[in-house]
Design a protein around this ligand. Structure first.
Ligand code: URA
Length: 449
């Protein structure tokens, strides 16, 4: 086999065998295939696409390119949850303890934020002393003892994806759908998931800007999951306006705590119940979606979900008192307010601009591994569709530097549009994709665990 012939094959619309895909992934991972050939290959895939079979085989080759986590010492079905990234998306902080309180083991590896979308690991570090780096043994033991652990990626998981994603980033090939789908799914599979619930965000503050793109990605990932023996469901959710009100690490943790206490914003709760219910269904903890939602709702009401978060914080070296006294979490020195310039209806809150304002304040990073300021961010006071009077406070800027506060104020102001009429209401959950394309028999889904 040689890489020049394989590039030409895809360029001319051909399909690869399993052996050919293994050759490409292994060759690139071990340095035998240089970046310039892999770039040409990625561009050929961008234009020609891949069959579902090729995409599934590529995924498994990438999952096998490094270490794979064996979660079998944890009894039960391990359902992972993944978000394609959004602004104000604190759902993992709610869903993980919530489904754990319902008896589902949650062994979750999460990432840090990059660009305008935040990361669960940064948010969790708002709890002073909380450790996100744990050994595999500690990770598994914590899930066995407490029912839930959220840590940053350990070991050498999916090195092929790390290398290929970095290359795609600088060769205008990130958008190749089979490469996105295999990148995401390979990481979930290597992290030991038996089943996967995907939150595919759609809109201004998301990677996928249109519903069509998001649906195509969701279908590709569900198809991969089914063909490699992992039950997979994708929820399409709106990301035109930020999720909830808070954007920024400690601010989002406070909001997640409020949701776990049954007093959070409706949209965050709704999405958490939707994703959590899908997780319970995949694990066969419930057979009916309404019953699953009801069970989760009762765990928000009776304090068990919040207690589970406190147990997680304690098990990872943090002080659980912060869960019950969230005002002790990091706070910024400066608060500025954005006022409505006129009366009307809040017609738009541009999630991408709000995310950029959060990065500008220091809540997110432009460069991988740069430090973040846990205290800063934006707290919206209103959601799209609400009536406002002139002078009403629409948002608060939480900053630690006066100059950045002013810059963020200008950006947030430009993200808010007031109109004379209320915009048509947009649903938060747009669709649930649970059956792979061309497959109409739910019983064909692989078993969990
Ligand atoms: N997120 C990923 O993990 N991989 C991609 O290719 C795109 C988004």
């Amino acid at each position: 086999m040689n890489m020049v012939d394989l590039i030409a094959k895809k360029r001319d619309g051909g399909s690869y065998t399993r052996e050919e895909l293994a050759y490409i992934v292994r060759g690139y991972t071990n340095g035998g295939i240089p970046d310039y050939q892999m770039s040409a290959w990625a561009m050929a895939v961008y234009f020609q696409g891949m069959t579902p079979e090729e995409t599934a085989q590529l995924t498994m080759e990438m999952a096998r390119s490094g270490e794979q986590l064996d979660l079998s010492p944890i009894p039960g079905c391990k359902v992972d949850k993944h978000s394609t990234g959004g602004v104000g998306d604190k759902t993992t902080l709610v869903v993980a303890p919530l489904v754990a309180a319902a008896g589902l083991p949650v062994a979750k590896m999460s990432g840090r934020g990059l660009g305008f979308s935040g990361g669960t690991i940064d948010k969790l570090e708002s709890f002073p002393g909380l450790q996100v780096e744990r050994s595999r043994e500690q990770f598994i033991q914590q899930v066995r003892d407490v029912g839930v652990a959220i840590i940053s990626q350990t070991g050498n998981l999916t090195p092929a994806d790390k290398k290929l994603y970095a290359l795609r980033d600088v060769t205008a090939t990130v958008e190749a759908l089979p490469l996105i789908a295999s990148s995401i799914m390979s990481k979930k599979i290597a992290a030991g998931a038996d089943a996967i619930v995907l939150d595919v965000k759609v809109g201004r503050g998301a990677f996928m800007k249109t519903r069509e793109q998001a649906r195509a990605l969701a279908e590709a990932m569900v198809q991969i999951g089914h063909s490699v023996g992992r039950r997979t469901v994708a929820v399409l959710s709106d990301m035109n306006q930020p999720l909830g009100y808070a954007v920024g690490n400690a601010l989002e943790v406070k909001e997640a705590i409020a949701v776990l206490a049954g007093q959070g914003p409706r949209d965050v709760e709704e999405l958490a119940l939707t994703l959590g219910a899908q997780m319970l269904l995949l694990a066969e903890k419930e057979t009916d979606e309404d019953a699953a939602r009801e069970r989760l709702r009762s765990l928000l009401k009776n304090g068990e979900a919040l207690a589970k978060l406190a147990a997680l914080v304690q098990a990872q070296g943090g002080d659980p008192a912060f869960v019950h006294e969230p005002d002790r979490l990091p706070r910024a020195a400066i608060t500025l307010q954005v006022h409505a310039p006129r009366a009307g209806f809040l017609a738009e809150i541009d999630a991408e601009k709000i995310g950029q304002a959060a990065v500008l304040l220091g809540a997110g990073r432009k460069i991988k591994d740069a430090p973040v300021d846990l205290a800063v961010g934006i707290v919206l006071q209103r959601k799209t569709g609400e009536a406002v009077e002139k002078g009403d406070v629409l948002a608060e800027i939480h900053a630690n530097e006066a100059e950045k506060a002013e810059q963020a104020l200008a950006l947030v102001t430009s993200a808010l549009r007031i109109a004379d009429h209320a915009p048509a209401a947009q649903p938060l959950v747009l669709d649930v994709v649970s059956v792979a394309k061309g497959e109409h028999d739910c019983d064909a889904a692989p078993a969990c665990g």
